[in-house]
Ligand binder design. Structure first.
Ligand SMILES: [Fe+2]
Length: 168
C-alpha cells in the first residue's frame, strides 16, 4: 500500500470542502426560500429572491466542479442539512421578533459561507487546483454582496422589528 502524498491529502481535503460547501448551500437555499415566504417586507423579500437564484447557480457550479474532479456531492450531509433547515424554518415562522431574527440569521449564514469559501480558495491554491480556487472566490464575492445588502438594511430591520407587536 502506498501512502498518499501531501499533495493528494490536500486535494482530498479540497473535495471535502466542496462537499461541505454544497451541503451548506443546499441548506441555505431552503432557509432563504423559507425566509422569503415569511417576511412581509418587500425589500428583504427581493434581496432574498435574488440570493435564492444566485444560490441555485452556486449549487450547480459546485456540482460541476465535483463532477470534474470525479466526485459526487455528499448525500448524507445534504439530507442532514435539509432536515435541519426544515426544523429551523418551522420555528422561524413562529418566533417573536421574526423580522429582526431572520435578518440576523441571513447575515450569519452569509458569513459562515464567506469563511468557508475563504478557506476553500486558499486550500485549493495549495493543492494547485486553480479552478476550484477561482470558483470559491467567485461565490464568495456573491456572498459578500448579499451580506452588504443586509448591512445596508440594518436601520430598516430595526424599524420592522419595532413595528412588530410581538417583539420578544
Ligand atoms: Fe450561499
Amino acid at each position: 500500500m502506498t501512502m498518499p502524498t501531501d499533495q493528494e491529502n490536500v486535494q482530498a481535503k479540497v473535495v471535502r470542502y466542496l462537499q461541505t460547501a454544497h451541503a451548506m448551500e443546499q441548506q441555505s437555499l431552503d432557509s432563504i426560500e423559507g425566509l422569503a415566504r415569511q417576511t412581509e417586507d418587500d425589500q428583504f423579500k427581493q434581496a432574498l429572491a435574488l440570493h435564492a437564484n444566485e444560490t441555485r447557480d452556486h449549487l450547480q457550479l459546485l456540482e460541476r466542479r465535483l463532477e470534474a474532479l470525479g466526485e459526487a456531492t455528499s448525500a448524507v450531509k445534504d439530507t442532514q442539512n435539509k432536515l435541519m433547515a426544515a426544523v429551523s424554518a418551522a420555528t422561524a415562522a413562529m418566533r417573536p421578533d421574526k423580522e429582526g431574527k431572520n435578518a440576523r440569521d441571513a447575515y450569519v449564514t452569509a458569513h459562515l459561507e464567506i469563511a468557508l469559501y475563504e478557506m476553500l480558495e486558499r486550500l485549493a491554491r495549495r493543492a494547485g487546483d486553480e479552478e476550484t480556487s477561482d470558483l470559491a472566490r467567485l461565490i464568495r464575492h456573491n456572498e459578500e454582496a448579499h451580506a452588504h445588502k443586509i448591512v445596508a438594511m440594518w436601520d430598516h430591520f430595526v424599524d420592522l422589528s419595532l413595528r412588530e407587536t410581538n417583539m420578544g
